[in-house]
Design a protein around this ligand. Structure first.
Ligand SMILES: Cc1cc2nc3c(=O)[nH]c(=O)nc-3n(C[C@H](O)[C@H](O)[C@H](O)COP(=O)(O)OP(=O)(O)OC[C@H]3O[C@@H](n4cnc5c(N)ncnc54)[C@H](O)[C@@H]3O)c2cc1C
Length: 411
């Protein structure tokens, strides 16, 4: 018997189930087919004016999915942390890449809002809330060509390395002047209208002497690289950002040197919890599609589902899916609840959730391909896409081995 998801494990009430069902419908009808279509296009076509990506953003925005936790009076869905988790799991089930496009679109507006600065809220948050067509899009530039895993060292003094950031902000009167380059991994960069940017504030000091600013990406001196061709999560456009003496008002620096390490830790805590949600949805997608295939493929005179070794592999996948959903739901709900109260959620739980769940998703997706046999190598089934996406999740938001090293240091 196929045990239903969600209501059994997560003990949902009627309202939560309605949120889950609506998200599941959008994921099945829009995200999954468009995600598969975009996965097969060249990166430049994914961001072209006629790309189906834009329609997805518009629809998601019209339905309020870009504004999950924003109160209803401001045009958001006003969802609870558990309901937000449910939407994230369903969306990642549909498409990990499109799910990231949708949720990241709010990042700059959200950062401006959390700064409490009314000028920034007016400039960055209000246009995002008012544009119900998904045309205001954020991104987060952290990684630099020479600094990927290095950025994690910001939070742990004993791991700090004296390396200079490649995007530097220097004060000049009542402005900051920004110069340098972010790596090609900045999600949404090819389509974003605004950015949240981690910058080096003290040239010559280590990466920990940084800050965070928000800026529109149509300022003089901003340019972008081409959309990145990559192996997995291809429906998520990524690319470089370049800054050539870009001037922003002083108040756009929303985090200064003193608060920077704590800010990086909070952001990593939130993003690791989010990556784990994606892994849970992806693992479920890979399991479900393998389960369906094993019931239709006949070998040895019967559906392969009836062979003992196939069932035992399906059970391994099912166990990982359910373990992943339980852990990530718990960590994500607690992390969001604490964040809403202005408290710092435990980094270690987020790292545990991210590392465990993305490894689990990779194992489930690998088993999924094996169970498809040769068909798992083809584009006829999404199994191979799930595997590529799962591999990418083990690197996004901190490469797993490095995160595990950090998690180990916190024991
Ligand atoms: C799908 C996806 C989305 C992303 N989105 C964004 C985004 O929106 N914004 C953004 O800024 N970045 C983003 N990134 C970048 C991501 O955060 C980095 O790729 C990640 O942090 C790893 O950095 P790196 O690629 O430079 O690898 P590196 O840091 O070069 O690591 C390469 C290898 O070396 C190992 N290594 C590195 N340092 C050490 C050490 N000190 N000790 C032992 N081993 C070490 C690592 O474990 C890894 O195996 C994204 C990446 C992906 C894949």
């Amino acid at each position: 018997m196929n045990v239903p998801y969600g209501e059994d494990l997560l003990m949902l009430d009627d309202e939560q189930r309605a949120v889950q069902e609506a998200a599941r419908r959008f994921a099945a009808e829009v995200l999954r087919p468009t995600g598969i279509l975009l996965d097969r296009l060249p990166a430049e076509a994914v961001v072209a004016p006629d790309s189906p990506l834009w329609q997805v953003l518009t629809q998601a925005s019209e339905l309020g999915y870009t504004r999950l936790a924003v109160p209803a009076e401001f045009g958001g869905l006003g969802l609870s942390p558990l309901e937000s988790y449910l939407v994230q799991e369903e969306f990642a089930w549909g498409s990990v890449g499109l799910s990231a496009v949708i949720f990241l679109s709010a990042i700059t507006a959200g950062a401006a809002f959390l700064s409490g600065n009314s000028t920034l809220i007016e400039e960055f948050t209000m246009p995002f809330l008012e544009a119900k067509d998904g045309s205001v899009i954020g991104c987060w530039g952290l990684t630099e060509p020479d600094h990927g895993s290095d950025t994690l060292a910001v939070m742990r003094p004993e791991l700090r390395v004296k390396v200079r950031g490649q995007v530097v902000a220097r004060a000049d009167g009542d402005h900051w002047v920004i110069s340098g380059q972010k790596s090609a991994w900045v999600s949404n960069a090819p389509i974003a209208t605004h950015a949240m940017l981690n910058v080096q504030l003290e040239p010559g000091a280590g990466l920990e002497r940084g800050g965070v600013c928000v800026l529109p990406l149509d300022l003089p001196g901003v340019s972008r690289g081409p959309a990145l061709e990559k192996h997995g999560i291809r429906s998520l456009p990524q690319g470089e950002l370049f800054f050539d003496d870009v001037r922003i008002p002083l108040h756009n620096m929303i985090v200064g040197v003193e608060d920077y390490p704590e800010h990086v830790q909070r952001t990593l805590t939130a993003f690791n919890a989010g990556a784990a949600c994606s892994a849970a949805g992806l693992a479920r997608a890979a399991y479900e599609s393998a389960l369906a295939y094993t019931k239709e493929r006949v070998q040895g005179g019967r559906p392969i589902f009836e062979h003992q070794s196939v069932r035992s592999r399906l059970f391994r996948m099912y166990s990982l899916v359910q373990a992943t959903r339980s852990l990530t739901c718990h960590v994500s709900v607690r992390s969001s609840t604490m964040l809403e109260k202005g408290e710092a959620a435990p980094l270690q739980d987020s790292i545990t959730s991210k590392v465990f769940c993305t490894r689990a998703a990779l194992e489930v997706a690998t088993l999924g391909v094996q169970l498809h046999g040769g068909a798992g190598m083809t584009k006829e089934y999404p199994a191979e896409m799930f595997l590529r996406d799962a591999a990418s999740l083990t690197i996004a938001d901190g490469e797993n081995e490095l995160l595990a090293q950090m998690g180990g240091a916190l024991l």
